[in-house]
Design a protein around this ligand. Sequence first.
Ligand code: GLN
Length: 192
Amino acid sequence: MTTGILSLQGNFLDHARSLELINKEYTLVKQLSDIKHIDSLILPGGESTSMIKIQSNNELFNKLKILIQDGIPTIGTCAGLILLAKDVIDGEVALGVLDCVVERNAYGRQNESFEGLVNFIDNTQMYCFIRAPKILKTGNKVKNIAFIDDEVVGVQHNNIAGFTFHPELTNDKNYLSWLKFFIEEGKNVRSF
Ligand code: GLN
């Protein structure tokens, strides 16, 4: 079995590198036939509006939504989180499976991108925020798993995790061991 990485646009190859570092197989998902054997899923950063447009004439997102709701471990970073969110300010709802409200480009334009010290599972690490969204609100079953000071920058609801930043650009030990655990064990947590 293999982790599908949505590869319509954006930094999907960085996620491929993270999976190589933990010796996990992956499949680049560009069309429906690529999702046959996947048992976990990563939605990369990039431009959520472009990703939505690129797949708008086919069934890819509908089928991915079914797999996610069926419980496969699913991770979204930045634009990937926007695709997962149930509510999007200044953007479109795509998969709508993660109970949170996100605001696109909430820190401003590209040159307001920054590096920030993030607390993620008891570890503090510098990560990149690239034209990042903000998580404005979360449902009461959603766990907050990453913070900059008091601001929530990562959330998880059972088999679905989303980050406003890019841990795959840092690939620190803490992230890679969380990633390995999550794609191996996340499927044991069914959310629907
Ligand atoms: N600004 C992008 C969007 O709205 C997200 C940026 C990113 O993925 N780094 O989709």
